[in-house]
Design a protein around this ligand. Structure first.
Ligand SMILES: [Zn+2]
Length: 101
């Protein structure tokens, strides 16, 4: 699979630690300093993971699956998200601010 979470300018990969632990909208490339943020693929992946987590909670609340099974499903979902997210999410460069008067 192609690692999509990388800098569009220099191609340096963005590590999972910075994707999930850096509490900023715009990430700064560690190689060239370019500012970028998550693209459309990242937002779609985030919405899908949240919908699956809510679905897992609803299945547990309606007693379709047991609580330990729901916890295991959530852990598998979160682990697969951490593993697959850089392959799904694209990055988008920061748009230059319009400074015209
Ligand atoms: Zn870069």
């Amino acid at each position: 699979m192609h690692y999509k979470a990388s800098c569009p300018n220099c191609g340096k990969k963005i590590s999972r630690r910075f994707i999930f632990c850096e509490p900023t909208i715009y990430h700064r490339c560690r190689g060239c300093g370019t500012r970028m943020r998550m693209g459309l693929g990242g937002w779609v992946a985030t919405v899908v993971v949240l919908a699956l987590a809510i679905g897992c909670h609803v299945l547990c609340r309606n007693r379709v699956i047991s609580a330990p099974a729901a916890i295991i499903l959530l852990l598998v979902l979160l682990a697969s998200n951490i593993w697959l997210f850089p392959y799904i999410s694209s990055v988008q460069l920061e748009q230059p601010k319009d400074t015209a008067p």
